[in-house]
Design a protein. Structure first.
Length: 133
């Protein structure tokens, strides 16, 4: 089974790293900031929210950067930690787990996972603002 998982794991990790290093995450975050800012979504959290469905390791790096920059007890760090714990690495799960067992029709799983990630991020922001803001 490990031999069947390795190609999917390699592909998703290389793809995420290329997207992040090429500046795709920052570009998306800058484009979405004017839309999500008035809704109460801090611009500093956008890269974390965008990367979380792709890679847990990259999200850990972004989370660490936020904690170092703003402090562990800041609203941004607490919200980032809550988002980290209430969302999933959807594309990673689909690529690795679904690929390893041969599931080919994951269309509804992708939509459901992304909606759940969005709900987790929105709820995290609202709850943290209510509790800590």
């Amino acid at each position: 089974m490990a031999l069947r998982i390795v190609p999917y794991l390699t592909a998703i990790l290389v793809g995420v790293r290329m997207f992040r290093e090429a500046g795709g995450v920052e570009l998306l975050a800058q484009g979405l900031a004017p839309i999500l800012g008035p809704l109460g979504v801090p611009a500093d959290l956008l890269p974390l929210i965008l990367v979380r469905p792709l890679s847990g390791g990259a999200t850990t790096g972004l989370f660490t950067e936020l904690v170092v920059r703003f402090g562990a007890d800041s609203l941004i760090a607490r919200t980032a930690a809550t988002i980290y714990g209430s969302t999933e690495t959807t594309f990673y799960v689909l690529a690795v787990y679904f690929g390893s067992v041969g599931i080919r029709k994951g269309r509804h799983a992708l939509a459901t996972g992304l909606v759940a990630d969005a709900a987790g991020a929105i709820a995290s922001i609202a709850i943290c603002r209510w509790l800590f803001g």
